[in-house]
Design a protein around this ligand. Structure first.
Ligand SMILES: Cc1cc2nc3c(=O)[nH]c(=O)nc-3n(C[C@H](O)[C@H](O)[C@H](O)COP(=O)(O)OP(=O)(O)OC[C@H]3O[C@@H](n4cnc5c(N)ncnc54)[C@H](O)[C@@H]3O)c2cc1C
Length: 457
């Protein structure tokens, strides 16, 4: 069969087809991680499912690598490649909220900023990422951890259905009623099974939230971690609160002379009744010595975009991830040894709670296997200058080596680096074989391999 040409691809797409000869090429080939510098043959800026089908047909027909991207936040840079095809969904931003049915259908190019902007006026939200520029696509398919996880589960626990174009170019709907094996695999299995053109989620009544940012003296980090471990085990599920090490940015509520110092930070989001917010945040005030705090109600989308300025596109990224059933004393010692050495204001370590609603789902109910983990830790190295890569990567690796003995074998696929492919089986534990079988059924040729790859063999 004749291989499809670029001219044929252009003729069959409504969106933009960008090659090296186009003035947009330099912009179109970029992803969020500035460390990734790749030159695909073509970038297809799709606008609908038909474009997605055309892109898949072109990549398959020419036997080229295919990268799929939405928000382009993949730290390993799976959203681009050298010499292959990039399917960029960022122009597919349609969102339709069904307020009566408390659900929403959002296209694969939406970011969480787009999403919460659309659901906020209805006083509704679901679990999504903590940064507004992250795509709903990659984040949801890997699991989806955010401020609402403890009360509302992971993003995938709120996924009702997905429209998917598979490797053979078919358009399928996946839900509990149709193609339920595909639906199971999409919920945690990443981009391995097809291109999701739209996601349908359950929504919950969340509008304004009561937020607490507590910057504790870093010398008290051990005490704060011990407090956090005990507190979050039994905290009301309306409370999303994660622990971090963070250099103080120049924010008005932090005394100027303390800008640039490192702190132990708790970011708390109370998504229960606002009038109970002050009271709900009181335990954090008693946890240890506070150098600065911000305690205030705010619209949920405002919290979602509050940290965006720290994380502009183009930073260098190198991350490591682990799950843990408990923050052991050994883990605390490792955190206290490495966290305070966080090298730059953009870098951080987050320990997210994934207990509560997320933990009530059975480990084999979705592809996301670590329902027995209570914490998902990410060591997120993010810094501006490529010249500083060695130093910053070393910090991430040393830190990770120190917490690894105190962690589970697997980690959250969305927080992993490109050198973590050997951990795929561990990430999925008892669900791995079933994922391989579903991969064989829907993508036997492994067209979708630019990801934390589940091989069909
Ligand atoms: C600044 C920052 C903040 C983050 N915060 C969080 C957080 O709060 N919670 C959390 O859980 N994770 C978080 N992450 C991790 C995030 O979940 C992953 O980076 C995720 O891959 C990003 O999704 P994306 O659509 O933006 O990325 P992309 O690079 O566009 O996509 C990543 C991969 O997902 C797959 N994919 C994406 N969209 C589709 C689709 N529609 N159909 C099929 N496959 C698709 C592809 O394999 C693609 O290569 C964060 C990452 C960054 C960089």
């Amino acid at each position: 069969m004749a291989k499809p040409t670029i001219a044929e691809l252009r003729a069959s797409c409504r969106g933009q087809v960008v090659t090296r000869d186009d003035s947009d090429y330099a912009e179109a080939r970029k992803v969020y991680n500035g460390m990734i510098d790749r030159h695909p043959q073509v970038v297809i800026r799709a606008v609908d499912a038909a474009d997605v089908m055309a892109a898949i047909g072109y990549a398959r027909g020419n036997e080229l690598d295919l990268s799929v991207r939405g928000g382009a936040h993949s730290v390993p840079g799976f959203g681009t490649n050298d010499g292959g095809v990039v399917l960029d969904l960022a122009r597919m931003k349609g969102i339709r909220v069904d307020p009566a049915g408390r659900s929403v259908r959002a296209e694969g190019g939406c970011t969480w900023g787009d999403f919460f902007h659309a659901t906020y006026p209805f006083g509704l939200a679901t679990t999504g990422g903590i940064i507004s520029t992250t795509g709903i696509g990659g984040l949801t398919l890997g699991g989806g951890i955010g401020h609402l996880t403890r009360g509302r589960g992971l993003s995938i626990d709120n996924l009702l259905s997905a429209d998917v174009v598979t490797a053979d170019g078919r358009f399928l709907q996946a839900s509990a009623r149709e193609n339920d094996d595909l639906f199971w695999a999409l919920r945690g299995g990443g981009g391995n099974f097809g291109v999701v053109t739209s996601f349908e989620y359950r929504l919950h009544p969340v509008k304004d939230v009561f937020v607490g940012l507590f910057f504790y003296e870093v010398a008290a980090a051990r005490q704060i971690l011990e407090f956090y471990r005990a507190y979050i085990a039994t905290a009301p599920e309306e409370m999303g609160a994660f622990f971090a090490f963070q250099i103080a940015p120049p924010l008005p509520f932090i005394p100027e002379k303390r800008h640039g110092e490192t702190f132990a930070l708790i970011v708390a989001c109370w998504a229960g009744p606002l009038e109970r917010g002050e009271e709900a945040l009181q335990p954090f005030r008693k946890a240890g010595p506070i150098a600065a705090e911000l305690v205030t109600p705010m619209p949920f989308p405002a919290l979602n975009s509050a940290f965006d300025a720290l994380l502009p596109p183009g930073l260098q990224h190198y991350w490591k991830a682990s799950f843990a059933a408990e923050i052991s004393d050994g883990a605390i010692a490792a955190h206290v040894a490495h966290g305070p050495k966080v090298p730059v204001v953009n870098s951080t370590v987050h320990i997210y709670p994934i207990n509560g609603a997320a933990a009530r789902v059975q480990s084999d109910a979705t592809a996301f296997a670590y329902r027995d983990a209570r914490f998902a830790t990410v060591i997120a190295g993010m810094w501006p200058e490529a010249a500083d890569n060695a130093k910053n990567i070393k910090w991430v690796k040393d830190y990770y080596a120190a917490i690894r003995p105190h962690s589970a074998a697997g980690g959250y696929v969305n927080f992993m680096a490109d050198d973590d492919q050997d951990r795929i089986r561990d990430n999925y534990k008892g669900n791995y074989e079933r994922l391989v079988a579903i991969k064989k059924k829907y993508d036997p040729g492994n067209l979708f391999h630019m990801n934390q790859n589940i091989r069909p063999t």
